[in-house]
Design a protein. Structure first.
Length: 274
């Protein structure tokens, strides 16, 4: 997300940046707080941290629920996944764009909203975060094989494959709407994406584990050496996210002038006018 998941917050004067560029800061004191001077290394570190805490918290809720007699409950796990994604979007979205997901990174690159040259590094950072989080959980808890916290198809692999495509489609459709369209309320992007994750886990969790993210499935698989049905989670989410972004782009276009469109692009801006 070159514009970031919080891109609408930081856009000023409706200036659209070229691919891969960063806005210039007019205030010297904002040097380390804005995207203008954030180095690639800082972005990658933010992706590692964000992915780490998403996997650690989300998969951790699964581990605790299995080891402690269902104390978290399935609805609780759904809420945890949604909340941690929302929290990390608001925490580091202004630094790295808050991808945390190779499928999202690839999709944004395909639709020219992220530079291709950074894609391999972002994916490597996301995988590193997932592996570190999975390793941390494995060290903290004595997890038997039956309590595996990764994703395995509950039934037919093709059923799970279809489910991953559908829920990943919805996720990327929402991301495209709230994070890349100036007409959306950018300040609420984290809430919208987090709620989508929660709903997807609620529906798809019992079928496929509701990965929506190759890194989420690959990390636990590598740490615990469980590779059953892993192809479902490597290929399903990217297919879904690409299709979701494509469909949103079909309805994105409008004949309204830019000045009229951007009047409602910011929730905070509209409140301040009232």
């Amino acid at each position: 997300m070159t514009k970031n998941i919080e891109g609408s917050i930081n856009e000023v004067n409706d200036i659209e940046l070229e691919e891969g560029s960063v806005p210039k800061s007019d205030k010297k004191g904002d040097a380390w707080a804005s995207a203008a001077f954030v180095t690639l290394a800082q972005k990658l570190f933010a992706e590692v941290l964000g992915t780490f805490f998403i996997i650690f918290t989300g998969c951790g809720s699964v581990v605790v629920n299995k080891l402690y007699d269902g104390i978290v409950t399935f609805p609780g796990i759904c809420v945890v996944w949604g909340l941690i994604v929302m929290v990390m979007i608001y925490s580091v979205g202004h630094i790295s764009g808050a991808h945390f997901n190779p499928a999202v990174t690839i999709t944004f690159a395909i639709f020219r909203r992220f530079p291709w040259k950074q894609v391999p590094m972002y994916i490597a950072a996301q995988l590193m975060g997932s592996i570190l989080a999975s390793g941390t959980l494995a060290l903290m808890f004595d997890i038997p094989e039956k309590d595996y916290f990764g994703t395995i198809p509950a039934g037919s692999p093709w059923q799970s494959f279809a489910m991953e495509i559908v829920i990943s489609f919805l996720l990327m459709f929402v991301i495209s709407g709230v994070a890349t369209d100036n007409r959306a309320i950018g300040e609420l992007a984290g809430i919208a994406v987090g709620m989508t994750i929660m709903l997807n886990v609620l529906v798809g969790g019992p079928i496929s584990g509701a990965s929506m993210n190759p890194a989420r499935s690959i990390g636990p698989a590598i740490v615990k050496h469980v590779y059953k049905g892993l192809w479902v989670y490597i290929f399903g989410p990217p297919i879904g996210t690409i299709a979701g972004a494509f469909c949103y782009n079909l309805i994105r276009f409008t004949d309204k002038p830019l000045r009229e469109i951007t009047k409602t692009s910011s929730f905070l801006r509209s409140v301040s006018k009232d």
